[in-house]
Design a protein. Structure first.
Lengths: 417, 377, 371
């Protein structure tokens, strides 16, 4: 057992930190890893695009991908460090398709050579913004229930139907869309995945959805007789479920990123408590209740973060990440919500104030005269609600965890007489 | 980063599990709760022969030369088995401070015998105020010539009733800062003036009131430097909290396994109760509590083994387990229903031990205060 | 002990529920949240005509002589409807203060107009550093010749931007004094704060505002005790509002659990969802009992510091749990702006911060226990 960080890891981490110090705008308040910030505000989106290009220039996009497709064939531990450092700083620019298990990996594992040669180099050069077309109004937790039709007619698939909860779709260039290619097969057997170039394909309309935090960062996407070349099929026709399962089995990033990101907020709260004095002149950091509560969430975050290290270890040694990733996902959601609650408790009445987006870049000097921490805690409180729901609810995650523990399955209902 | 156990560690773990499974049935555990001594001398000898009691001590003193991380692996299994007896007191509260801070004479006089299972030790720290702070040390040791005279009462002293030597934390000088003026003394339990009264505790472990009435101790029996003993106490508190965390982890793991099995075995409404979604979710939450603790436990133990400062990491894991072990046992009781809170069932052994462990060397609030300090607040 | 409502109270509840169903669809609530004023004066007039604004005022001032408990029933319905507007400010903070502390002249000048819906009142208590700590007030009323000059900043003043009169709690030499200030007085500036959705809170700056003894409410240095009473009433009123909202949250969550199908079954058949609903009901029932009890005690003018703080502290925690579970059951649907759920989540957050947080009231409970 060895928890040490090697000198090479330390050196690369330092390099990434220095890159971020140099390239991020001064006093960068940090954006959350769910894309909602990046794509809700034009000024942040511009920073995101700029950072993407800078990352490409550093040869850090497609870090682990084969050189054949423009990648850099670097070891996985570097990719992990890059993801983690960028998340802690809340830096935009690393598109989710870059992450382990993202669209890049899907193309590598299931794409045709033509698809790989077409899209991967563009991704490496930072020329593409991605999105994912999974959820529909009736296909949330029950993903196999998707209805968006794709009919093969000659050289094209014709897509008709609707997707929802598409984060980043309105800014995206490319997304894998999960479609029903055969309505006569069992639910999950008739699913395919088709790559759609959103900006270039006619027939696609979007309606932005505003979240309770005020951010408008995801969309309903409507497909009206949309023609997509059949070459854009990812994997086999009606073989989409296998790809879904593969993608989910690689999925390690979401929970860990939530935990790393929320550390920034814990650190922010500690600073705030040290600098802010109560009415009696004593810093909040000396208030016993505040110390206890902040320490409590810090403990939760550290414990959970360590499981993230275990996850990395499993990923690096080829172990099975599924059950640990599940644990981290559950912990991530719950921990972020608890930090938000404690943050609001500490802010008291001031917790109510702040602009949409919750950072100083969005504040108005007049309107936000009394706003503290740029309204971050209010934003956090409203945005963390989705962390136990998005990308898989905690309830479904617990079902999976129980299955992994070997709990007996629910009996099938007796056939009606 | 490598989170896997070494081959040696795997072997230690397996052999410990097998040994304890056969030698420490729950009937013995329950017997020892009522027993005056609280341990079986023959079993103690066997553990000494296996090299367990001397595990973390230098080989030249009769020990095994292993690291704290290895001790933690052993302690996890001891927690799983609810092993009764003065192991933690002897090794962590007694042996480790002597090895770390004792003179050559003290080490030679104590450690080899300890490793052979011939000497039991403990530390008397807390007093009736029941706090783990320097200002709570009020038991006095007055210098008189080349002796000290100790007067006062210590409370919640683990295994004092069977210890041969007790490290007594006493106040030798009243300075401005309560952490100054504290001295550690190696005292014979049988020394004139030492009175031991066994307390009846929730977990049936042996905790005692120890009164000192004009107890004479030689200067040579000071452990470390006079008036500078608190630094040693702080280290021991860290070691003890981490060691206890290991026991808690092992216990929690056993409780989780018992619960899953019960979910498979117990049938109600014509189906195993583990097939009901809500119980599945309870068990999922329990497994998250248990699994997440293990990584942090090993990390803190590894840091301690490597000599890396880990005050925060120890407070994090003890603080976490203080609540998590309690949650897990409570949740398990919920799933077991009525059967779990009868003495016929093993679960209640763990429930009571979870509470005792929580209080041992700092409950969750105590650990959180340490974390707050380490965060710079 | 009787937890039931009287026939009159049931009628008031029904009338209010029907009124808001027609007058205030959630789409309008969301629209109003974006407007600076935040409410429609026409609706306010209708509410006055229904006798609601003057509900607890004596008939001689144009009121209906109803009890505080009756008022809380009405406020439950307002909470359920997420009704915006200066109701709590005007009635609980303003009208009841003038009624209790005002001279006959002051009462005659203010209350009938208020009951008719012609004027809006509020109260300025909290300050930037001293949220509800009168001992640390900095807004001072300095005495010179026949005047009092008030200077300083009050913060989180609800509805000050539409108020005609503001009751200000000031520091005077011997304690705390309340003044009734015309909002249009020279030296008074109100600025809207970028607060949570729906609620209107302001910074109010007093810059050498000149007042006389006749502007005092209740006399010199008599404010501190009254502040405690107004906080009790306001805290209970807030609890009642949130209670109404949380009942609605449970209703829509259970309905959604019946309607939403996943994996071939309504999600309400999954035990995890069922237990979420059960836990929400538990919390809701305990909130309801505690809030009604505290409201009754306030209504009966009984000493109730403990009960009020129990209700407010508990509501703060329970409302967070209930709204969180409401979100959990609804899935992604409900953290969208288009859905109604978030209105109640935000309502709960604002309520928790207002008139004493759970921590503040926890301290009061500790004191009342003798700690």
């Amino acid at each position: 057992m060895d928890f040490r960080i090697t000198p090479e890891e330390e050196a690369f981490r330092k390099e990434v930190k220095e890159f971020l110090d140099k390239e991020l705008p001064k006093d960068w308040p940090g954006v959350d890893p769910d894309l909602y910030h990046e794509d809700a505000f034009d000024n942040i989106h511009e920073v995101s695009l700029a950072m993407q290009k800078k990352l490409a220039a550093k040869e850090w996009l497609g870090l682990t991908w084969p050189k054949k497709y423009g990648g850099h064939e670097q070891p996985l531990w570097k990719q992990i460090i890059l993801e983690e450092e960028m998340t802690y700083r809340g830096s935009p620019g690393l598109d989710p398709y870059q992450f382990v298990g993202g669209m890049g990996d899907l193309l590598l594992d299931f794409g045709t050579e033509a698809q790989r040669m077409k899209y991967l180099p563009m991704m490496v050069r930072g020329e593409i913004k991605g999105a994912t077309g999974m959820s529909e109004p009736n296909a949330g937790s029950d993903l196999a229930n998707i209805q968006l039709k794709a009919e093969l007619q000659g050289d094209y698939f014709i897509l008709n139907g609707q997707k929802t909860w598409q984060s980043a779709a309105h800014k995206a260039d490319l997304e894998p869309v999960y479609v029903r290619t055969d309505p006569n097969l069992l639910k999950h057997r008739g699913i395919s995945i088709i790559l759609v170039e959103l900006k270039k394909t006619p027939g696609i309309t979007m309606r932005p959805l505003e979240m309770m935090s005020g951010l408008k960062a995801f969309n309903e996407v409507f497909y009206d007789n949309v023609k997509v070349p059949k070459e854009n099929l990812l994997g086999e026709i009606n073989g989409g479920w296998k790809i879904v399962m593969a993608a989910l089995s690689h999925e390690r990033a979401y929970g860990v990123m939530l935990l790393i990101n929320i550390r920034r907020d814990i650190d922010l709260l500690v600073e705030y408590c040290k600098e802010t004095k109560d009415v009696d002149g004593v810093p909040l950091s000396k208030n016993k209740m505040i110390r206890n509560r902040l320490a409590d969430v810090a403990i939760q975050q550290e414990i959970a973060r360590n499981v993230g290290y275990k996850l990395n270890h499993l990923a690096l040694t080829g172990g099975n990440v599924v059950s640990t990733a599940n644990t981290v996902k559950i912990l991530g959601g719950v921990t972020t919500q608890r930090v938000a609650q404690v943050g609001m408790q500490i802010m008291g009445m001031y917790g109510q104030l702040g602009p949409v987006g919750g950072n100083w870049r969005q504040t108005d000097p007049v309107k936000d005269k009394w706003t503290r921490l740029g309204g971050r805690m209010k934003h956090l409180y409203l945005s963390t609600v989705c962390n136990t729901i998005a990308a898989g609810t905690t309830e479904v995650a617990r079902n999976a965890a129980a299955g992994a523990l070997g709990c007996p399955r629910e009996p099938k209902p007796a056939p009606k007489k | 980063m490598d989170l896997a156990l070494s081959e040696e560690q795997e072997m230690l773990w397996k052999s410990a599990r097998d040994f304890l499974a056969s030698k420490v049935p729950k009937t013995l555990v329950r017997q020892m709760e009522e027993d005056e001594k609280g341990y079986v001398p023959e079993l103690w000898k066997e553990m000494a022969d296996l090299g367990w009691i001397g595990l973390p001590f230098p080989e030249q003193l009769g020990g095994g030369g292993f690291k704290f991380l290895d001790l933690v692996i052993l302690l996890e299994e001891m927690g799983r088995a609810c092993l009764p007896g003065p192991f933690l007191s002897t090794v962590v509260l007694g042996g480790m401070p002597v090895v770390e801070f004792g003179t050559e004479e003290q080490k030679k006089a104590i450690i080899p015998k300890l490793c052979k299972g011939e000497l039991i030790m403990t530390m008397a720290l807390t007093e009736p105020s029941a706090r783990y702070e320097a200002k709570a040390v009020q038991v006095e040791a007055k210098a008189e010539g080349d002796h000290y005279i100790i007067n006062g009462t210590k409370l919640f002293v683990n295994d004092a009733n069977v210890a041969d030597k007790i490290i007594v934390v006493a106040r030798t000088a009243k300075k401005q800062h309560p952490e100054e003026g504290i001295t550690l003394f190696l005292v014979d339990r049988k020394a004139p003036g030492v009175k031991i009264h066994l307390l009846k505790t929730i977990a049936g472990d042996k905790q005692c009131e120890v009164t000192f009435e004009k107890v004479k101790v030689a200067k040579a029996d000071i452990l470390g430097k006079a008036d500078h003993g608190w630094a040693i106490v702080k280290k021991v508190m860290e070691w003890a909290a981490l060691a206890k965390s290991a026991e808690m982890q092992g216990g929690a793991q056993q409780v989780l396994e018992m619960t899953i099995q019960y979910g498979k075995d117990r049938v109600q409404f014509d189906r195993p109760i583990g097939s009901f979604q809500i119980l599945q979710h309870y068990m999922a939450d329990m497994s998250i509590d248990v699994d997440s603790a293990r990584v942090s436990l090993h990390k803190a133990a590894w840091m301690l083994s490597e000599g890396i400062p880990c005050r925060k990491e120890v407070a994090v894991i003890k603080g976490w387990l203080d609540e998590a072990y309690r949650r897990v046992t409570a949740q398990s009781h919920q799933i077991h229903g009525a059967i779990g809170f009868t003495k016929d069932h093993d679960l209640e052994l763990y429930f009571r031990r979870a509470k005792a462990a929580e209080l041992y060397f700092g409950d969750a609030d105590f650990q959180r205060e340490i974390v707050a300090q380490e965060l710079g607040m | 002990m009787d937890f039931g409502l009287s026939e009159q109270q049931e009628m008031l509840r029904k009338t209010a529920r029907d009124f808001f169903k027609t007058e205030l669809p959630k789409t309008l609530v969301k629209e109003l949240a974006k407007e600076p004023k935040g409410y429609r004066p026409e609706m306010w007039k209708k509410m006055a005509d229904l006798g609601w604004v003057g509900l607890v005022l004596p008939e001689q001032y144009g009121g209906s002589d109803a009890s505080f408990l009756d008022l809380t029933i009405l406020m439950e319905e307002m909470g359920r409807a997420c009704a915006p507007g200066p109701f709590l400010s005007t009635v609980v903070l303003g009208a009841l203060t003038v009624l209790e502390l005002g001279t006959e002249e002051q009462k005659k000048a203010i209350l009938p107009k208020l009951a008719k819906g012609e004027i809006v009142l509020t109260m300025a208590i909290a300050e930037p550093h001293a949220i509800y700590k009168p001992d640390f007030f900095e807004v001072e009323a300095k005495h010179a010749a026949h005047h009092y000059t008030v200077s300083g900043t009050k913060l989180f003043v609800t509805d000050a931007h539409v108020a005609d009169y503001i009751v200000v709690a000031t520091k005077t030499k011997g304690g705390v004094t309340l003044f009734l200030v015309d909002a249009k007085s020279p030296g008074v500036t109100c600025t809207l704060l970028p607060a949570m959705f729906g609620e209107r809170q302001c910074e109010v700056k007093f810059d050498g505002v000149k007042l006389t003894r006749s502007d005092m409410l209740g006399g010199l240095n008599r404010g501190k005790d009254y502040l405690e009473r107004v906080m009790h009433r306001a805290a209970v009123a807030k609890c009642s509002e949130v209670l109404g909202g949380l009942e609605y949250v449970l209703e829509i969550s259970v309905q959604y659990a019946k309607d939403r199908v996943a994996f071939g079954k309504p999600i309400g058949t999954y035990q995890a969802i069922q237990h979420h609903c059960a836990n929400m009901l538990n919390d809701l029932d305990s909130c309801r009992c505690m809030t009604r009890r505290a409201a009754w005690m306030v209504s009966e003018d009984l000493p109730c510091a403990l009960e009020v703080s129990l209700a407010k502290a508990w509501m703060g925690q329970a409302s967070r749990r209930i709204t969180a579970l409401g979100h959990e059951i609804h899935g992604a649907m409900a953290f969208q702006h288009d859905h109604d759920m978030h209105l109640f989540t935000k309502q709960a957050v604002v309520a928790e911060a207002s008139f004493g947080s759970s921590a503040y009231h926890g301290e009061v409970v500790a004191k009342e226990l003798g700690l």
